[in-house]
Write a protein that binds this ligand. Sequence first.
Ligand SMILES: [Zn+2]
Length: 329
Amino acid sequence: MTLRLFSGATLFTAVTAAVSAQTPAPATPDALITAAKRAAGADHAGTFLRICVAPDNLNVGGPRAGRPGPRAVPDRATWYAKPYRVFDNLYFIGTRIHSAWALTTSAGIIVIDTLFDYATEPEIVEGMTTLGLDPRDIKYVLISHAHGDHDQGAALLQSRYGAKVVMGTADWDATLQRAASAPGGVPKRDIAVGREGLKLRLGDSIVDVIATPGHTPGTLSYFFPVKDAGRTVIVAYVGGTAFNFPRQAANFEIYRDSQRKMTEVAEAAGATVLMSNHTEFDRAYDRARIAQLPRVAGEKHPYETDTATVGRYFEMTGSCAEAQRLLVQ
Ligand SMILES: [Zn+2]
């Protein structure tokens, strides 16, 4: 009897699945936003709000549309964060708002993102020194995209320590057009990453650099292993998030396709940690500090989730981009 009920239920499920496969629900902006909200769940709710509910590029000509002129350095008390060792080989050297990381390897250090120019010395240079890392060991500086909050420290790390700067080809083109007097200066072109991406090897480590155009034309995202008390976990690092580009269908399409690519790579890599370059999107500032607390047996690292949760992030961002693409068409 139990068996019969089971097979009946299985058959019903199979028939339902076959029918829905034949007649997929039409993809409407509303349906996509509902799907994105479900995918976001509680894990990615803040990012969902920022790009799906109130995208930055909704108000063309609004206060965010133009780049301001000279920028005052904000009060240090509003942004300064202490540096923390977060994984065995990954150190948080960012501010309360923007992330920068030092990934240590057997042959030197890879710095990921470099903050505004005013934060480079106190957070990256002094932060590394406080943690017992020598900035002279920096071999590569990975820039997720060429906006000032992530790239203004690149020229200093390149000129002072001889680090090689890695950036998307299109973002190099934009960077090299800056005036020499731009905050932080202008780095010299080192390694340009095209659509094919790059496997960046240093010592015992490898960073899988993925071209994810969208937020900027040269945005780069990363996959790399880190160790949590000797155990390897895979990080998916999102290089650009907000919809701050011109509100055109083609731009949303490019962004959407990058999210689909990230979904595939994240699944193949088995990524269980989702990181972003803005702390509002991955709670880096909180998680870096929580990581300092002792854990009870079996308790996960505060950054570790599972592959499904990481996958739902990219499902959400992809659906939000597709919803906006349909809305502006
Ligand atoms: Zn940006």
